[in-house]
Design a binder for this molecule. Sequence first.
Ligand code: ZN
Length: 259
Amino acid sequence: MTSPATPVPSSIDAEKALVLFSGGQDSTACLAWALGRFQWVETVAFAYGQRHAVELEARQALRKGIRELGDRWAERLGPDHELDAGVLGHISDTALTREAEITYDDQGLPTTFVPGRNLLFLTLAAALAHRRGIRHLVTGVCETDYSGYPDCRDDTIKALQVTLNLGMAQRLVVHTPLMWLDKAQTWALLEHHGGKALVELTRTESHTCYRGERDQLHPWGYGCGTCPACQLRAEGWQHYQARAGTGTPEGSTHPPPTP
Ligand code: ZN
């Protein structure tokens, strides 16, 4: 029998995770969350002909900066993978994969929506995780402050987890630590896991702008300042600054309690 004084190792802590790491603010927060929870964390990104391919370059600067933030993170951060998902760019006609104005359809969905993108990414990540012996997938999808993409919704991800496990005869767990956080809370999550140094690293090195612009450093980071991604990021930063000192939320894979 285990004495109450004996530390009980959590099985989940000893396991490996694969973070879908695009190089944006959200996936950086997911990487920090995973590094605080799992002993071994690998990263994966997808090249799909995105206009903001600069985000793929931001990833390496972030990984380097994160390694330098502490020995424990440096020990836990495993290899990086970049997969070619260029077929998405061939079959999609969206403002994310070609030079086009960002507009909204009748249902409020922006033309930056790439049909099937997150479904394909998670499926490819699951296949990679299977080969690498990894059980936990971590993705920064969120339906709190988001552009209305249907493949970011909690129901979609839960259904996909079931499908992946049935289709691969595995017991993968898809974690969505940002699902119920707004963008200000995502900045607070970064601070919670990596302090002000991680916030500053994310502010200056992560990339969110759909147009791929990195000419001007705003208080919230680089970007055009007008695309939907920049607007969400800028508003989140402002709210984070306004709420500074009012507590830090922990990421959760469950809906928040009813107030
Ligand atoms: Zn932008």
